[in-house]
Design a protein around this ligand. Sequence first.
Ligand SMILES: *Cc1c(COP(=O)(O)O)cnc(C)c1O
Length: 361
Amino acid sequence: MQFLHWIKQSIGSTSLGNQPEEFFMHLARFPRVFLAHLSTPLEPMERLSKELGVEIWIKRDDCTGMSTGGNKTRKLEFLMAEALDQGADMVMTQGATQTNHGRQTAAFAAKLGLKCHILLEDRTGYQDGNYNTNGNVLLDHLHGATTQKFPAGHDMPGEMERAAEAKRAEGHKVYVIPGGGSNPTGALGYVNAAFELLGQANDRGLKFDRLVHATGSSGTQAGLVTGLCAMNAQLPVLGIGTRAPMEKQENMVFDLACRTAEKLGCPGVVQRSDVMANTDYVGEGYGLPTKSGLEAIKMFAELEGILLDPCYSAKGAAGLIDLARKGAFYGERIVFLHTGGAAALGGYDFAFDFSRNWVTL
Ligand SMILES: *Cc1c(COP(=O)(O)O)cnc(C)c1O
């Protein structure tokens, strides 16, 4: 009680205490479950930097915890807290067959004692056994989630609403999480990541010139851009696309960044020109491995001992590598945000040829 009294007094005595609450950059006012392993490491990639002639650091959001981690863990800390706040006993979400977001949601649901149902869209058409049952799908099922499959191009948000209504009719309290956890609540996780990264950089006397990462459903980039703009960090973010064409991707990120800034209490802090995406590395489509992505996986694995996934982080890294080779980052210090995804590798083994690795000595 004494402690509470002290907290109230100290809040009352700061000048911030007199400002309307909506001006706070204080994320503690939003419900959150603290399950992520934070802060994630910020590490130099010396061998890759030497290879590319550009100084590149890596922010290890592949190490956030919850069933091997990845970027959805930060979003789910806020989303799952909202689910609990609303008294949900079940969460529902959707994604592609090898969705990392679905797997991380299943892990959170297990930890918090909620049921979890995942709607999977077959966006690749792969008949491969491992693709359909191994990797993230194996982990979904290990965490006790139920799954349901739909053909590509299906109205997944609509299907999810129908499925949620069916469960509500059975008496469940269902909390629906959009694909990728990308809404203003989820994006708060990456507002927080922006604070964390800038703090780490400042503590180590590092000034980064650019932040590069894979962008998809847009919550990661929207949260980062909002947090960095709110702090006036002057750190440009380049999202490397994994699905949509450039204009569509940038508009998606900008729209969500605007809504996130509003939720945060700093509407208008993000300008359209703060949102940059390069979508030259998508290849034939979402979830389909590319040659440059597979090369990036090998380079990160063999030079840095770091695992990427073919769907997202490899395409982000392929953009990073190609742009570095072309001199686009000349003289810059880059930080690459590793968004995770290696749990999908077991579902993509068909994309690799390791015949050279089997040797007879
Ligand atoms: C979901 C995901 C992304 C993309 O993040 P968004 O917030 O959806 O843009 C990138 N990398 C990995 C490994 C992911 O699972």
